[in-house]
Design a protein around this ligand. Structure first.
Ligand code: CTP
Length: 400
């Protein structure tokens, strides 16, 4: 299962670093491509030469090597199918949980879009300390995976929880938690996602739009790709231009009308459609061919309703096609979301409330409730949008 996978192993300062040699050996034996990043502290426990020999790749320790060649953290992050931090010291866990970016490892972690797994290794009291527990909970809330530490004798001589999992256990964890779902669940499925705002022109220089950044739709596309689906992403104009690993077709549109045409054209035959775009509900009745001059105190702009894309595809959807919409509400949230679910003939509606801080437009986080057409309800805590996307993809997979 690991053959051909790009695994970025990050080794930090813990006595368990000696097990990294066995881990690299086993990964290479399975046919994985392994690159290793080591922190300064890790090099006091095991030599880079050992890991470069076993991985057949130079070990990376700095932003640039001694010849001045840059080790691009961005490229490393994009190369990796998984980042595995093993052993993960309390110090590195804390940095990752809090966005501290002071070495090649943490910079790569922040740049990466692939799954991340950490395998903690530390003394029992450090492992049980509230700050470590909080940091692990934060990492989980970002969608990162934690290989639980094991019970046993520790380097201090004390006995308790804190030993790094054995290399064989870590490999089994990668196979089950990272790569197995990707191979099975959505292979052969076709997915249509919309993301970002639309831009409704008023004249050649002005437009009406909204604060959507597209982040939620991009995170969904990334997760669907991870599970092996073939994704078509229809996106409105966004500042962020993400790059994706996998089978993705991107269609750029600008106005609600262009998005309507693209979605209705692409919808046929798609197994799953998720409308995450913030489509303008109204558009100027007429677009001035020339820049509108300012004369007079008041400028009246007549707006006409755009066509509801989601309602239209809900009307034409066939049995077996799954349709998911979003609802951003400020009051009577659940009631309004359920009305939209029914009115637009959806299978699932993703509700975010503007009353929850950290949810909705612009944030990297979101807090959602999923309501489905069988009366099901799943409420989630505030999470990074990658983790929210994973929850949504899992709920959709259950419906298939
Ligand atoms: N949507 C759409 N086409 C539109 C407007 C919205 O496809 N012209 C989709 C959005 O992508 C979202 C869902 O409909 O998935 C809900 O959008 P929202 O604007 O919240 O709902 P409306 O039905 O427009 O109701 P209201 O604006 O009155 O809350």
């Amino acid at each position: 299962m690991l053959a051909g996978k790009n695994i970025l192993l990050c080794v930090t300062g813990s006595i368990a670093a000696y097990k990294s040699a066995i881990l690299v050996r086993l990964l290479v034996k399975q046919g994985a491509n392994v690159k290793v990043i080591m922190t300064q502290a890790a090099q006091q426990f095991i030599s880079p030469l050992t890991l470069s020999t076993l991985s057949k790749n130079p070990v990376l320790t700095q932003y640039a090597d001694e010849k001045g060649n840059w080790n691009s953290h961005v490229e490393l992050g994009l190369w990796a199918h998984v980042i595995l931090v093993a052993p993960s010291s309390a110090n590195t866990l804390a940095k990752m949980a809090n966005g501290i970016c002071d070495n090649l490892l943490t910079a790569t972690y922040l740049s990466a879009r692939c799954p991340v797994a950490v395998s903690p290794a530390m003394d029992l009291d450090m492992y049980q300390h509230p700050t470590t527990l909080n940091n692990l909970a934060k990492l989980r809330s970002y969608g990162n995976l934690v290989v639980p530490a094991r019970f046993g004798e520790l380097a201090s001589g004390l006995v308790g929880e804190g030993r790094m999992a054995e290399p064989e256990e870590i490999i089994a964890f990668l196979e089950e938690e990272v790569f197995a779902p990707e191979q099975e669940t959505l292979k052969g499925k076709t997915v249509l996602i919309t993301a970002g705002p639309t831009m409704e022109p008023i004249d050649p220089v002005r437009y009406i739009s909204n604060h959507s950044t597209g982040k939620m739709g991009f995170a969904l596309a990334q997760q669907f790709l991870r599970f092996g689906a073939k994704v078509t992403l229809i996106k409105g104009p966004t500042t962020a231009q993400p790059t994706f690993n996998g089978n993705l077709n991107v269609i750029e549109v600008s106005t609600a009308s262009e998005m309507f045409d693209a979605v209705t054209r692409e919808f046929e035959g798609k197994d799953i459609t998720v409308m995450a775009a913030a489509v303008a509900d109204y558009t100027p009745a007429e677009v001035s061919g020339k820049k509108i001059k300012k004369d007079g105190h008041v400028l009246e702009l007549q707006l006409v309703k755009t066509r509801d894309i989601l309602a239209e595809i809900g009307r034409i959807k066939k049995t077996g096609q799954i349709l998911v919409g979003f609802a951003l509400e400020t009051n009577d949230e659940e009631k309004h979301a359920l009305e939209k679910l029914k009115k637009k003939n959806l299978d699932i509606i993703v509700l975010n409330s503007l009353r929850d801080s950290g949810a909705g437009f612009g944030h990297d986080t979101n807090q959602v409730t999923l309501l489905d057409n069988k009366g099901g309800k799943k409420q989630f805590e505030l999470k990074n949008k990658t983790a929210v996307a994973l929850d949504i993809v899992k709920a959709i997979t259950e419906q298939l």
